[in-house]
Every structure is written in C-alpha cells, then in structure tokens.
Ligand binder design. Sequence first.
Ligand SMILES: C[N+](C)(C)CCCC[C@H](N)C(=O)O
Ligand SMILES: O=C(O)CCC(=O)C(=O)O
Length: 401
Amino acid sequence: MIRKHFLQMFIQKDKYLVVDLPQGQTKFHYIWLRDHCRCKQCYDHLTIQRLVNSPEIPLEISPHHVSASEDGLSVNVVWPDEHQSKYDLKFLANNSYWPPLNPESGAKIHSGNGKLDKVPWNVEFLKENLPQVEYSKVMDTSTDDGIAEWCLKIWKYGFCFVNNTPVDPESTKKLIERIAFIRPTHYGGFWDFTSDLSTHDNAYSDVAIPLHIDNTYFTDPAGLQLFHLLKHTGEGGITTLCDSLHAANILKQQNPEYYEILSKIPVPAHSAGEENVFIQPSHAKPIINHDNEGNVIQVRWNTSDRSVMNGLSFKNPETEVPLFYAAIKKWNDIIESKDNEFFHQLKPGQCLIFDNWRVFHSRRTSFTGERRMCGAYINHDDYVSRVKLLNLSRDDLLETL
Ligand SMILES: C[N+](C)(C)CCCC[C@H](N)C(=O)O
Ligand SMILES: O=C(O)CCC(=O)C(=O)O
C-alpha cells in the first residue's frame, strides 16, 4: 500500500509540487502538471491527442488546492479556474523528470521487457540461427502469428528470409504489403528490374556493388527493403549482408577515434542520374547516427552515392581528412571481414527482407546473363509501428505517450 501521506504540502512560491513516491521524492512544475492533465477536456483518449492548448496556460499558474486521493493512488489538483486534474502515481513516477524516478519505464515497455532486444550477429552466429519464415505462414490471415514472427525476426536480426514464395511479382508484392504499404520513390513503388540501365543507377546494371544501405540521399532512408530474385540465367551477382550494429561495436572497441569521426563528419549524398531527379537529404548526416541516448540507430554507408566532401564536411581538414579516410578503410575491413560479411546466393522463391537502417547489403560480384529482381521499400516508422503493435500491448505503449 502506497503511503497515504505521500504528498508534502506544495510549495506555492517555488512554482512546483513536491511528491514523495515509493521510488523516491520528485518535483513537478505546476505548468507541466496543467499541460499534462489527462481529463477528457484536456486529452482525447480516442485520438490520443492533447486538447489543452499548451501556450495558453498561464506561465505563473499554481494550484488552488492539492490533495491525495482516498486510495492513495493519485494526486488531485484544483486550479484557480476550478478545473480539476487527477494524476495517477504510476503516471507521475514513469514521467518524473526532477529527478526521473523510473527512467527506464518507457524503454522497458518498448522493448517488451527484452522481447524486442536486438541481436547483433556475425557469420558464425548465423550458421545456427539464420532468420527465416515460411511464405504460407506469413500470408495466413486467419492469425497474426506468422506476420508477428516475421516482423519480430526482422527487428531482432535486421533481416529475414521468406521461403517458398511463389516466384512472381504479384505474390511478392502481397507479401511486402502484409507488413505495411509500400513506400514509393523515384524508382517507383513495387520495382521489377534488370540490368538494362532503364534507370541511371548502378543497381540497374551488372556491376558489383559493395556493402551499403540504400537511400543515403533521402533525409529519411527507407526502413525496409525486400528483394526477390525472380530469374537469373547467368553467373555471379551473389548477395552479402553485414550487421552494422555489430560492426559499429567492433570499431568503437578497437578504434574509438575512428568511431568518433564516423559519428561526427557530415557526409553528403545524392541521387542525380535521371534528368528529372536531383535528390539530396535536408542536411548531410554522419555515417554512424545515434538516438538521444547514444544508441546506434542508423548507419548511412554508401560509397557510390556519396557526394564530394569539402569544407562543409571537414572543419579541421588537416587532421579530419586523413582520419576520415583511415576510418572508412578500417570500417570497410571490419564489414568485409570473413567474420562479418555473410554470403548468400539468392534464388527464385526465397525473398530477402532487411532493415535498411542497420543491415548492409551488396551485389558482391558482377554477373552475367539475364537477371530479374523485384521488391520494394517500406518506411521505417511504419515498419516499427507494425513490429510493436504485433508484438507488444498497445495499452502499455499508449502509457508512454
Ligand atoms: C529501387 N532499387 C532497389 C532497384 C534500386 C535502388 C537504387 C540504389 C541506390 N543507388 C541506393 O543505394 O539507394
Ligand atoms: O541487384 C542486387 O542484387 C542488389 C542491388 C542493390 O544493391 C540495390 O538495388 O540497392
């Protein structure tokens, strides 16, 4: 039972409320409390949107009255305009900030208490743990088990094969759309391509393309990319994959200064092969990108589509230029090492889908003969939404908004 008298008298002159919670003491600014009122007038629990207009809250607002609820599970506040707000202790503990009493609460929910922990891999790991699902199971719409398993494997390992896919574009498109709508780009929506240079990009040729992610020229690179090799009458064109999460851990451990410069230097990129296309990201971003907590969330690696690097990239050229090139050489040694670069010959009937923010792909060798590939992109945020809603509780997730 939470102690009933968990409330100290609020301190009017200092504009904040002191709350003694089981996890410890913390404080909330009155304006924060008013802004986070969850009553039906202030918050739409159907659309999950705030109704109170934050900028209209008086900056000097302070409560008319504060009390603990009878059951000791919430704080009741009456504001000068007689508006009443009620704050569950769990809400206050999970969203405390001064100091934060339960800072991991959101991360725990979003990771499903570990169910959605990512699993960095190398080639050795894949020998016994190759992520794959059956087409028929994913396409069984009588249950979400198959699609949930597929999305979870993509999330954990950054890629997954789909076996026994009918060898046609229509079945492949239906498969992709089990996750989310296709993201159209200047290459079209669902693509079915071959080495005819119908689009002025090396993907539409027969040359080897080293490990990379696609779309470094987009501010927001596609989250997922799926390939289905429909036909190949010649030799070569083998695919390789590498987990950049694992590679980044190695670089950080072996060469922290290389890791740092690849996390700092903005690298420009473009897609400009077509007469009517001139695409660049809103601003150049580093190769290794982190979230606000310092976790690697996106590795923008593509040597083909990288633009000229000049004074916009190098602010201290004397040291940064040689360091940058030494770092990408080491980086490439890591990702192309036999421990980390996974070789796999795609074949008709087996689709490959991968997290384009994390897992590098390649057409490691050039090829001969007729080769036909189809596939599509899916937005990162639509993919993450699908993974979480298929594998976690929506009610739990809504508590973190
Ligand atoms: C659409 N399709 C996948 C066929 C080709 C994509 C073009 C690849 C581009 N150079 C990039 O790395 O983003
Ligand atoms: O043709 C392939 O095997 C892959 C081509 C590629 O890397 C791409 O389209 O991004």
